[in-house]
Design a binder for this molecule. Structure first.
Ligand SMILES: *Cc1c(COP(=O)(O)O)cnc(C)c1O
Length: 355
C-alpha cells in the first residue's frame, strides 16, 4: 500500500452521544445511526484525507451526477461483539473487493484498502459502545460512494464521496415470506450491472416488488431475463433450494451478485457433509420437486437477515406451499454461521477480523 491516508485521519468527536436515547430492544432496521460518520472525497484524480465527524446532513450541488445518472454504489456488512467485549468484522476483505468491482463497473474510482478497511476499523473503534453484546445484536455497516461532481452532462463525474455510516440492528424475523417467481420483470441482464452493488439495481426492483406485495407476496424470485426459466436470486438475496438432501444455488456471474453469505454457507454446508450443487435450478425442476414432495426448503441468504426461509411460492397463478421442516438446513446453517460471527464457535475458515 503506497498511501497511508488513514494514519492521518482527522477525527472530530461529537460533543454528546445520542446512545442513551436509543431503545436497543426495539430497533427497526436501518433508521438510527451512530454519533459519527466517515467521509473521504476524491478530487483532482486522488483520494483526499479522510475525516470522521459527527453524523449530520451535508450539502451537494443539485446538478451532482448521483442525482441524474445514478452513479452510486454501496456495501452491507455487520460488526459483532463477543463475550469479552471485542468487536469483530466478518470477511471485510470480500466487501472491499466487491466494492471496487462495483466501482469499476460504474466508472468510479477504486478506493484504497487503507481508506476502506482502515476507515472501517477507525470508525468502529470510535463507536464500540454501539455494538451490543448478545446474539442477534449487530451494528450494520453501510459503506457507500456517490458522484458529487456537478454538471448535467452525461459522463462520469470527476468528484466522488466515499462514506461509512453505521446503524444498530437486531437480527430480524421478517415474518412468513411468500414469493412470486418472476415471469416478466428482471433484476439483471447479461452485460448489465447486476453483479455490482449499484443503487440502481434496487430502485429497479421496487416496482415489481410492489406489485407482488399487492398480491400478498413479500418478495420475488428473479429468473434469467432472456428465458425466465432459471432461478437466480430472491429479492435482494442469493437463494438456495433444497431438493431431497441436496442444496442448489445458482453460480454467480453477470446477473447474480457474489454474496458473502452465500459463499460462506456453501463452505459450511460442504464442511459438514451437506451436498451442495452450484448450478442454475430450472423453474420446471422446482415445480416438479414441489409436486412430487422432494422440495424441502427454499431460503434467501444475505448479510441483513442472514438466512430467510420461504414458506411458499407462486408460479403462473398456482401456489405451492413448502413443508414445515424440523431441524431445517436453513436453521442449521444460520446457527453455524452466526456462531462463527459472534465467536461462539471456532472460526476454522479464518473469516473473522478483530477491530
Ligand atoms: C447484497 C446482495 C446480496 C447478498 O450479499 P451478502 O454479501 O451476502 O450480503 C445478494 N444479492 C443481491 C442482489 C445483493 O445486492
Amino acid at each position: 500500500m503506497s498511501s497511508n491516508l488513514i494514519n492521518e485521519i482527522d477525527i472530530v468527536k461529537a460533543n454528546t452521544s445520542k446512545i442513551s436515547s436509543v431503545d436497543f430492544e426495539n430497533l427497526t432496521f436501518g433508521n438510527i445511526f451512530t454519533d459519527h460518520m466517515l467521509i473521504c472525497d476524491f478530487k483532482e484524480g486522488a483520494w483526499q484525507k479522510p475525516i470522521i465527524k459527527p453524523y449530520e446532513p451535508f450539502m451537494i450541488d443539485p446538478s451532482a451526477k448521483v442525482f441524474h445518472y445514478g452513479q452510486a454504489i454501496f456495501e452491507g456488512m455487520k460488526a459483532y461483539k463477543d463475550e469479552s467485549d471485542d468487536v469483530w468484522l466478518f470477511r471485510p476483505d470480500e466487501n472491499f473487493k466487491r466494492f471496487n468491482h462495483s466501482a469499476k463497473r460504474l466508472a468510479m474510482p477504486k478506493v484504497t484498502e487503507d481508506i476502506f478497511i482502515g476507515g472501517l476499523k477507525a470508525i468502529l473503534d470510535l463507536e464500540r459502545e454501539w455494538v451490543k453484546k448478545g446474539k442477534g445484536n449487530t451494528l450494520y455497516i453501510r459503506p457507500f460512494m456517490i458522484a458529487i461532481g456537478s454538471g448535467v452532462i452525461a459522463q462520469p463525474s470527476t468528484q466522488y464521496r466515499f462514506m461509512i455510516i453505521l446503524s444498530p440492528a437486531r437480527s430480524y424475523y421478517s415474518g412468513e415470506v411468500k414469493v412470486i417467481i418472476a415471469e416478466h420483470y428482471s433484476r439483471a441482464a447479461n452485460g448489465g450491472i447486476g453483479a455490482a452493488k449499484a443503487a440502481g439495481n434496487y430502485s429497479a426492483q421496487f416496482y415489481p416488488t410492489k406489485l407482488a406485495n399487492e398480491r400478498g407476496f413479500q418478495q420475488i424470485i428473479w429468473t434469467d431475463d432472456a428465458t425466465h426459466t432459471k432461478l437466480e436470486e430472491a429479492g435482494t438475496m442469493n437463494v438456495f433450494f433444497r431438493i431431497n438432501d441436496t442444496l442448489y444455488t445458482a453460480p454467480t456471474g453477470e446477473r447474480i451478485l457474489d454474496g458473502v453469505t452465500r459463499k460462506s454457507l456453501i463452505d459450511i454446508a460442504r464442511r459438514d457433509g451437506i451436498d451442495v450443487e452450484v448450478r442454475s435450478l430450472l423453474v420446471a425442476e422446482l415445480i416438479e420437486a414441489a409436486k412430487d414432495g422432494s422440495l424441502k426448503e427454499i431460503f434467501g441468504a444475505g448479510t441483513a437477515a442472514v438466512v430467510n426461509p420461504i414458506v411458499g411460492f407462486s408460479y403462473q397463478d398456482n401456489y405451492y406451499e413448502l413443508p414445515k421442516m424440523d431441524n431445517s438446513y436453513a436453521s442449521q446453517l444460520k446457527e453455524k454461521l452466526t456462531n462463527i460471527q459472534y465467536k461462539l464457535a471456532e472460526d476454522t475458515f479464518g473469516w473473522t477480523v478483530k477491530v
